[in-house]
Design a protein around this ligand. Structure first.
Ligand code: FES
Length: 105
């Protein structure tokens, strides 16, 4: 389960699914410009606290995009991930901060 702050939206992520894909499947609109290609950085989330299980390290593609995030430069001690690339897995409890996640309808 991933909880998104400050909205409090809770999203179940299936095995192998990205956080953004899980949110879309659950009927939420996740901020994006590139549609999930790791090009825009718009989907980025800040990890809040410790996840209940280890998250896989970012791929080279994700890491390259994360390196250019303006938020990362503003908050160098915070951990950011791309919702369109990270796959937290169904057994992971995680809280992320992301504004703009809303019901699609
Ligand atoms: S949606 Fe564009 S980088 Fe994730």
């Amino acid at each position: 389960m991933v909880r998104v702050e400050p909205s409090g939206v809770e999203i179940e992520v299936r095995e192998g699914e990205t956080l953004m894909a899980a949110a879309t499947r659950a009927g939420y609109r996740w901020p994006t410009v590139c549609g999930g290609l790791a090009e825009c950085g718009t989907c980025a989330v800040q990890i809040v606290g410790e996840p209940s299980a280890a998250l896989a390290e970012p791929s080279a593609l994700e890491a390259d995009r994360l390196a250019t995030l303006p938020d990362r430069k503003l908050h160098p001690d915070a951990e950011f991930r791309l919702a369109c690339q990270m796959r937290p897995g169904p057994g992971t409890d995680l809280v992320v901060r992301k504004r703009g996640v809303r019901r699609a309808d």
